[in-house]
Structure formats: C-alpha cells, structure tokens
Design a protein. Structure first.
Length: 762
C-alpha cells in the first residue's frame, strides 16, 4: 500500500469516528423543538404584519382615490382656462395656473408620429420628456388620446381621465408624485397636473407595514429581517420609466413591497410563488451573509395574496445547544489528541525522505544541477525523487540552450542596430498614438531633429495638404496593410519641404497584435528635379515637332489671304464677301497660334479641377490639320457626364499630344485614330487611344518607357518616359497593347478620388 493510501485511510477513519460522535450528540439535543418554536414565532409575526398590510392597502387606496379626484378636477378647470392649441399656451401661464388650482405643476403632453412627449410644462425639467419607454403608462396615454377606456390594471380610471399610481418623478428621481392625465378630444394636448406625494409615503413609514416590521425587529433580536413580497412581480424584470437614459423604478410595480431584502437567495423566487399558490408556509435553512438563517415564507391572503419572509437567526438555537456541544467538544478533544499523536509519528517517517528532496530542490534553485538523489523506495516519495532528478537534468540542458539563444539574440540585436544606424534611409518608429520611440542617424541627417528632440513626442512635418493622405496611409497600416515607395512631401526641422519616398509597415508583438508603426524615408528631391528637367526637354521637343504641323495649317489660310491681296492690288477693289473670308482666315491663324502658345508655354505644376473632355477636344483640334495632311481621320467617342478630375492640365495635354502624335506617325498610309473617354468605374476614368498603324514589335514593348529608346529617325526617346512619369504623378496607369499590321492601343487610367477631394474643399 502506498504512503498516500496509508495517510488517507488513517485520517479518514479518525475523522469518521469524530463525525459520528458529533452527529450522535447533535441529534440528542432539543434542536427540533427550538426550531419549531422559532417557526411558530415567525408565523405570529407574519400574521400581525399581514393585518397591518391589509389595512395599509385600504388606506392607500382611499388616499390615492381622493388625490386622483382632486387632480381630475384641476385638469378640467385647467382645460377651461387654457387655449385648445398647445402652441398658444406658455410655460409661464402653466406656472400661474398651477398656483391657482393648488397643484404643484401642470404638464401638457402631445402625441407625435411615434411617441408622446412633453411640449409645455410649469416644471422646466419635464419639457421634451418622452413616454415611449414607460410601459403601461405609454399604453394608457395612447388609449386616452384615442378616446378609449383605459384598460391597464394600475391606477384610477374615470371618463377621459386616468391617474397613475404614486411613483417616482422621471424628471427628478428624488421626488415622489401623484399624476392625473385628462384628454376629451377638445384640445390637441393631454393635461397632466400632478402633486407631490411624499406625505403619503411618510404615512406608510410611520403607520404602515414598514413601521410594524421595524418594531418587530426592535422587539425580537432573534429576527434578522422581515420582508414583504408581491408574488406577481417576484423574479420578473421591474417595469421602469426612462429619463435621459436613467431608469426610474415604479413604486406600484415591485417585488419587495416593504422591509429590507439583504438576506437573498437564488431559491427565494420559487419559494415565494410556491407559498402563494399552495397557501402553506415554506421554511428553509440557509447560510446567508455569513450567518445561519432560518427563513420562512408565509402567505397572507386578503384582497390580494402577499408573502411575508421572516428570517430567524439560527445562531440563537446554536447558543441553546452550546451545553451539549461542550460535552461533544471534550470527547472530540480526546480524539484529536490521539489523531495528533498518530499524525506526528507518521509525519516523522515521511519527513526524512522529504528533507532530502527539499535540499535537492534548494540546490536546483541556486543553479546546482549536478548531484542526483538516491531513490530508495518505489512509493510516491521515490517517484517524486526520480522526477526531481529528471527535472534537474532537463533544467541543466534548458539552461545551456537559453545561454546559447541569449548569445545569438545579442549578436542579432547588434547586427540589426548596426544595419538601422548605418543605412542611408531615414528610419523612425512610432507607437499607435504617433509618439516617436526610435530613430536612426539617417533620420537626424535628413530632417535635422536629434534623437533627444523627438523621442516620446509627435513630429509635425506633414504639409497641410498632405494631412488627410497621411491619415489614410496610417489607417491602412493599422489595419494590417503596408505602404511601399509612396512619394510625398515632408518638412525638415527648419520648415523646408523635401520630396521623399516613404515605406510604412506595422510592427507586431508575440500575439500578432499591431503595437507600433515603422517608417523608412528616402530623399528623392534630386530625382524629382531630374524628372522635371526631362519633362521640360520633352515638352520642347514636342513643341518643335508640332511646329511643322502648325506651319502647314497656318500656310493654307495665308495662301488664301495672299491671293485676295494680289487680286485687290490688281483690281483695286474686292467684294464684301471676300473681306469676310479674309477675316475668317485671320481668326483661324490667331486661334492656331494661341493654342500653340498655351501648349508650349512652360507651366508650373498646379493641380486644379479639369474637364478631360475639353482637354481632349483641344488636342484633337490642334492635331486635326496634321492628321488631315497624312490622310488620317480622328474619331472621338466621349461618355456623357464625365466627372471633373483634379489634375495638371498642361501636363496631361503633353501626354495626350505625345500618344496621339505617335499614332499619327505610325499610320504612313492614313487610317483612323480613335480617341475614347470612358467612365471606367465609380472612382476612375479611362482614355483609350487606338491607331491603325504598323504596330510595335514584341521585343520593343518592354522598353517603351525607357529613356532615349526610340525607333524614329528624329525622335528623342523621352516622350513616353515623361508621359509615364506624369501619369504616375497623377496616381494613374499607362498601358500598351499592339499587334503588328493591325495597330496599337494605349490606355490611360486616372483616379477620380483626387477630384472628389478637391470638389469638397472648394
């Protein structure tokens, strides 16, 4: 038999003998007789309180009926003096009328589509109060407004009048009022006079059930608590009224009608209902609030059945039994002495092996894992010794592994710190509130702030026009996404703007929860400058190419003008119709030159709301003469109601001219150049330009936007590269598809979100 079994059997037998002796002595006492007497005493108390409760209910009914009649009279008198239209009644008029009619306040209720609310009142706290959540009160109000008899069981009901039970005020829960509600259809409001009923409750406290129960508790120290219950509402949610989100309990709809209820038990609801239904006394013995309680539920039947709970201090009975328990204690003391002696002997046998185990565990706690315990038995102590030896061995192995892991982590930390501090990109880490928790040396060099200046603080280096963009980026990262190579603008410490490319990602803890945000910033100011230079160079190149087409277009009206001038020189006069033709041709020359100047004039990058239809029409008109020269027809298909786009119109013109001229130059034998404008989706538009030229070889497709790559004899190879950069700056996309001998299609997709944002700010 194991040591565990030996100890269990020995202690179990000893405790069993002690319990048997204790139970035998307990049942020889007079506990049953004392408990019966206590139950009889509680029954007498309950009947006494029941009689008082019945009388109190009758008195309350009489008082409430009298108050209700007074309120009805006041309501009828108020109706006779008030204008039937609530909009023509003032709160001040209600204050004066309340004093004349000897009521505390008068409130006027009006029915709306889905509620009944207070619109006028002599009490400012009542105004705008809603009754929709007031349960049977709201039902009674609707029945009054419908000119129907009130059917709710509570309150006093007369013709066109209903007086609710005395209750707490919703506008001031510290007050207890009696309300009357009158409506006969002659007004567009319900009249609600009310008076304070605190005197009524004081009467109940001094002469009713509360007073009797308090006196019983005073005269009977053994009675812990007397509580009156209404079985109809026990275990149910209380009906409440709401005022600005605060619940106000109804006085008439409550489970506890008098007394305190501190000695509560989960089975009370079932016992109360059982006592009310059976008419029998239900008695239970419980431990509540640390005290032994004898609880009796006694039904009291009158006009209505109530249940009175009387809690008796069972400790009184225990005191009576103390003499018998003294004898029991003496006997138990002898048994305990025997148990202590036996336990001491057994403990000494066990302690010897346990001491060795304790010493070994102490060595392990100090980091000494080498010495092994000698296992001398196969019982639980022997098994424990072997497990301690195994634990010592495993701890030694785990400690070695932890040391190796710690060394590896140290090297990794040094490597990461070296990488972060020596990279040329600025790195800073912020917590979720935006406070900086780490920066590297490149951050200090790029922005000018030192580490001590920004740690624990929020840096404000985002221009105002990019604040909303920054908020959207952070929202994406905090939801688990990441931002790569986002080009934007930031300020340095001195307030100078810097063009930067930012990569933002989240940092997570062991539970994969996002705890911080890491940002890697690269200065791209030099690259932006180079791109701008390339764009300007390409614009000059495009203007030069356009010059030939414009010269051809201008030459035609000039030829006409020259012919008319020669005719005028020879004949000395011209018909008026010829002058009209000459003026028309001069206007055409002026228009062509103006369009060329608008396109060729260098413009600063200024984004504005742009009509893409109008922009494309301008380019089509500008290139139409050159297209006709090459026997090319420009076909346009534009969707209706294309939204405005926030863009740099001159840069987009440069893109459209580049693409359309490429299409014209690709059709040596003429053909159709199709320009389409499509509302691609709710947040983007699509410009598709398709030619019927020779097409682009497959090996050239991948190099289309490379700088200085061109197959034209006089081309620069910069047009598509600059166009691609312009579209990227507009957050759009530029794609090509081509088939040899069939033609090439260029699709330009531009987002509408920038335009929407601009429209909202203008």
């Amino acid at each position: 038999m194991s040591i565990k079994s030996k100890i269990a059997w020995f202690i179990s037998l000893t405790v069993t003998v002690i319990l048997l002796l204790n139970i035998s002595i307990y049942y020889l006492s007079s506990k049953s007789e004392l408990q019966t007497n206590a139950e009889q005493q509680m029954l007498v108390i309950a009947k006494q309180i029941g009689q008082t409760l019945e009388a109190s209910q009758k008195s309350r009914k009489m008082i409430e009926d009298a108050l209700g009649e007074k309120l009805r009279t006041a309501a009828i008198a108020a109706q006779q003096q008030l204008n039937p239209d609530i909009d023509k009644v003032s709160n001040e008029e209600l204050v004066q009328l309340s004093e004349e009619l000897d009521v505390d306040h008068i409130t006027l209720w009006k029915r709306t589509d889905n509620d009944i609310i207070v619109q006028k009142s002599s009490d400012p706290n009542e105004i705008n109060m809603s009754s929709k959540t007031w349960d049977y009160w709201y039902t009674a109000f609707n029945q009054l407004f419908d000119l129907k008899p009130v059917t709710v069981p509570q309150g006093q009901k007369l013709e066109h009048f209903w007086s609710g039970p005395i209750n707490f005020s919703s506008s001031n829960p510290s007050e207890i009022n009696k309300w009357g509600n009158y409506y006969d259809g002659t007004t567009n409001y319900m009249i609600n006079p009310y008076i304070h009923a605190d005197v009524f409750l004081k009467f109940e406290q001094l002469n009713g059930s509360e007073a009797i129960s308090a006196q019983v508790l005073k005269d009977n120290p053994s009675i812990l608590e007397v509580t009156g219950f209404d079985p109809d509402f026990v275990g149910k949610e209380p009906i409440i009224k709401m005022k600005k989100g605060m619940p106000i309990r109804n006085l008439d709809v409550r489970s506890v009608i008098f007394g305190d209820y501190t000695y509560m038990d989960q089975a009370d609801s079932d016992n109360i209902r059982l006592a009310a239904q059976s008419g029998k006394v239900i008695t239970t013995k419980l431990i509540i609030n640390g005290r032994h309680v004898l609880k009796s539920f006694i039904p009291i039947t009158g006009q209505k059945t109530y249940v009175i709970s009387v809690n008796f201090d069972h400790g009184v009975i225990q005191k009576t039994l103390f003499r018998q328990l003294t004898v029991q204690a003496m006997i138990s003391l002898g048994l305990i002495l025997i148990t202590v002696a036996a336990s001491f002997i057994l403990a000494r046998l066990i302690t010897r092996s346990l001491n060795q185990i304790v010493m070994k565990v102490s060595d392990i706690s100090k980091g000494h894992f080498g010495v092994q315990l000698a296992v001398e038995s196969s019982d639980e102590l022997g098994l424990l010794a072997s497990r301690v030896n195994m634990m010592s061995h495993n701890l030694q192995a785990y400690t070695s592994q932890l040391k190796d892991a710690a060394e590896e982590l140290r090297h990794t930390k040094q490597y990461l710190e070296s990488f972060v501090n020596h990279t040329s990109d600025a790195i800073h880490v912020s917590d979720l509130s935006g406070s900086v928790i780490q920066v590297n040396k490149a951050f200090e060099a790029l922005y000018g702030w030192s580490e001590t200046e920004v740690l624990g603080k929020r840096i404000s280096n985002v221009p105002d026009e990019y604040i909303e963009e920054q908020r959207q980026l952070l929202a994406i990262v905090k939801e688990g996404g990441s931002i790569a190579d986002h080009e934007t603008v930031r300020y340095d410490k001195d307030g100078n703007p810097i063009d930067v490319s930012i990569t933002v990602s989240s940092i997570r803890d062991e539970q994969e929860a996002i705890v911080a945000v890491a940002s890697i910033t690269r200065n791209i100011t030099a690259r932006k400058h180079t791109e701008e230079v390339l764009r300007r160079s390409e614009k000059l190149s495009v203007v030069g190419q356009l010059a030939a087409g414009v010269a051809h277009e201008v030459r035609n009206p000039l030829t006409t003008l020259r012919g008319f001038v020669q005719l005028l020189k020879r004949d000395g006069k011209l018909a008026p119709a010829y002058f009209d033709i000459m003026l028309s041709e001069l206007d055409r020359i002026n228009f062509i030159v103006s369009e060329l100047l608008v396109f060729a004039k260098p413009q600063a990058s200024r984004y504005q709301l742009t009509d893409i239809r109008e922009t494309l029409n301008d380019i089509v008109m500008l290139l139409d003469s050159e297209a006709n020269f090459y026997n090319i027809r420009i076909i346009t298909r534009f969707d209706d109601n294309v939204p405005l786009l926030k863009a740099e119109p001159n840069q987009l013109k440069q893109v459209f001219v580049n693409v359309m001229k490429n299409g014209i130059e690709a059709m040596k034998d003429g053909g159709d150049l199709t320009v389409e404008l499509i509302c691609h989706s709710e947040d983007s538009i699509l410009i598709r330009i398709a030619d019927q030229g020779s097409g682009i070889p497959e090996q050239d497709m991948a190099r289309l936007c490379e700088p200085f790559f061109t197959r034209k004899d006089e081309g620069t190879g910069l047009g598509l590269m600059v166009s691609q950069q312009i579209i990227d700056n507009h957050k759009g996309s530029l794609s090509f598809s081509s088939e040899l001998g069939v033609g090439t299609t260029v699709e330009i997709k531009l987002p509408l979100q920038q335009g929407a944002a601009a429209a909202s700010t203008n």
